[in-house]
Design a protein around this ligand. Sequence first.
Ligand code: 5GP
Ligand code: ZN
Length: 136
Amino acid sequence: MDCLFCKIIAKQIPVDLIYENEKVVAFLDINPVNPGHLLVVPKVHSENIAVAADDDLIALTLAVKKLAPAVCAVTACDGWNLEVNNGNAAGQAIDHTHWHIVPRRKDDGFKHWPGHPYAAGEAAKIIALIRENLMS
Ligand code: 5GP
Ligand code: ZN
């Protein structure tokens, strides 16, 4: 399989690992949003959260809990984003599950996505559809 993150995990492509345990690795994003931007990646290949093993998702969460405060402390961040892009339309470029830890500063200039209120009846429809889908 031609997967960049599998190659990094297999040490076929050198990278300075910041953290490693039985389930996950973490390393710097090569093209950071802000310095200290980390990628946390399960060792076992899966394409995205929807198909990743539950154990790997638990391990990712625990690794983020450990890593984010360390990144934040050394970058003197004011907050941090946990970003997960699922699917190419959502910005996923590497089809191996990975979570971004992005340290943020109050003055870094990045804006959150714009929100738009629902039209009348639109929210009720989508609520019903999602509930129905969850039950099928
Ligand atoms: P995605 O857009 O799939 O959520 O994020 C992929 C991330 O991987 C991007 O932020 C990109 O900068 C990073 N990336 C791509 N190639 C490499 C690489 O060879 N090494 C490292 N460390 N990061 C990479
Ligand atoms: Zn992979």
